[in-house]
Design a protein around this ligand. Structure first.
Ligand code: PEP
Ligand code: MG
Length: 306
C-alpha cells in the first residue's frame, strides 16, 4: 500500500477512469514548499499569508510581502498557486487588526470583513501579489477568506483585478455563500471551499471547542449538501471549485468530494500519497454513487451516538 502510494507520487491525481483531479498542497510559509514538492503536489491550493503578520506589531511592508510571495511562486514555475489574503480574527487573532471585545469572534470581524475595515492592509497585499506575479511565472490565483455572498465576491474580484491580478476568487466557508453559489459563480473566477469553517458554521459548533468537536466533521450530510450546492453551480457556469479544508485530506472523503463534482483537492502535503492512491481505485461513476450515499447520510455517525 505504502509502496504503491510512493510509486504514484510523480503522477497527477486521477480516478481509475483517468479523470484528472489535481492534488495540491496547503502551505503555511514559503519553506513549507519543500514537503509540497517532495510529496508530488501539482501546485499550491492554499497559501496562508497569516505567518507574515503573526508576531508583528504592524503589517509587513509591501516590499517584505513581495519578497515572500516571490519566494513561494518561484518554487512552482508553470504551476497553479492559490494565495489567500490575510484571515485575521476569530481563531486567528492579530493584535493590531482584531477587535478584542467581540462576544462571538467567529461571528464577528474576520477574513474579508476585517480587510474591508483595514483597506490599507488589503491593498498592500494585492499590490505585493501583483508585483510578485510580474517577477515569476507560476499560475497565480488569489482569493479572500470568509466571503459572505456574491456582493462581497464581486467587490473582491473587482478590487483584485484593479491591481492587475488575473484570477481572483473567493473561499466558500459560510452557509450564506453556499446558498448563493449560482450568483457567485457568475462573478468569481473560482471558489475554494474551506471545509473547516464551512463545517463550523453549518453545524453551529465552534471549531476551537473540544466540547463540541463531535460536530466538526464534513461527513455530516448537511455539510456535504452545502458543498454540492457550490460544486453544482461551478459545473453549471464552468467555474472551478476546489476544496482546501481538512476534508480533502481524508482519502474516503476525497472520493466523495470528487463524486460530488469538486474539481481539485488541496491538503497538508503528508496526506497526498494516501489520497492519490485511494482516488485511483474509483471510477467517476463509482465515486458518484458513493457521493449519493454520503449525501443521504449513509456514512455519517451521529455526533452523540445512537
Ligand atoms: C477552512 O476553513 O477550511 C480553511 C481552509 O481555512 P482555515 O482552516 O485557515 O480557516
Ligand atoms: Mg477558514
Amino acid at each position: 500500500h505504502a509502496a504503491k502510494a510512493k510509486e504514484l507520487r510523480g503522477k497527477p491525481g486521477s480516478l481509475k477512469d483517468g479523470t484528472h483531479i489535481p492534488l495540491l498542497a496547503n502551505v503555511g510559509k514559503p519553506k513549507d514548499a519543500d514537503p509540497a514538492l517532495e510529496y508530488g503536489a501539482e501546485g499550491v491550493g492554499l497559501f496562508r499569508t497569516e505567518f507574515l503578520f503573526i508576531g508583528n506589531s504592524e503589517p509587513p511592508s509591501v516590499e517584505e510581502q513581495t519578497k515572500a510571495y516571490t519566494e513561494l511562486l518561484s518554487r512552482f514555475p508553470g504551476k497553479k498557486v492559490v494565495i489567500r489574503l490575510l484571515d485575521a480574527g476569530a481563531d486567528k487573532p492579530l493584535p493590531f487588526l482584531t477587535q478584542e471585545d467581540e462576544p462571538n469572534p467567529a461571528l464577528g470581524l474576520r477574513g474579508l470583513r476585517t480587510l474591508r475595515v483595514h483597506k490599507d492592509v488589503i491593498e498592500g497585499q494585492l499590490k505585493a501579489l501583483a508585483a510578485a506575479d510580474a517577477q515569476t511565472n507560476a499560475d497565480l490565483w488569489v482569493m479572500a477568506p470568509m466571503v459572505s455572498d456574491e456582493h462581497e465576491a464581486a467587490y473582491f474580484v473587482k478590487l483584485g483585478k484593479s491591481f492587475g491580478l488575473k484570477k481572483v476568487g473567493v473561499m466558500a466557508e459560510v452557509p450564506s455563500i453556499a446558498l448563493m453559489a449560482d450568483k457567485v459563480a457568475q462573478v468569481a473566477d473560482f471558489v475554494s471551499i474551506g471545509t473547516n469553517d464551512l463545517t463550523q458554521y453549518t453545524m453551529a459548533a465552534d471549531r476551537t471547542l473540544g466540547t463540541v468537536s463531535n460536530y466538526q466533521t464534513a461527513w455530516h450530510p448537511a455539510v456535504l449538501r452545502m458543498i454540492k450546492l457550490i460544486a453544482d453551480a461551478g459545473n453549471k457556469y464552468g467555474m472551478p471549485v476546489g476544496v482546501c479544508g481538512e476534508a480533502a485530506a481524508d482519502p474516503d472523503l476525497a472520493v466523495v468530494l470528487a463524486g460530488i463534482g469538486v474539481n481539485s483537492l488541496s491538503m497538508t502535503p503528508v496526506a497526498l500519497d494516501d489520497v492519490r492512491a485511494e482516488l485511483a481505485n474509483w471510477t467517476m461513476d463509482e465515486a458518484r454513487e458513493k457521493a449519493e450515499k454520503a449525501l443521504n447520510g449513509e456514512f455519517y455517525k451521529p455526533a452523540w451516538g445512537d
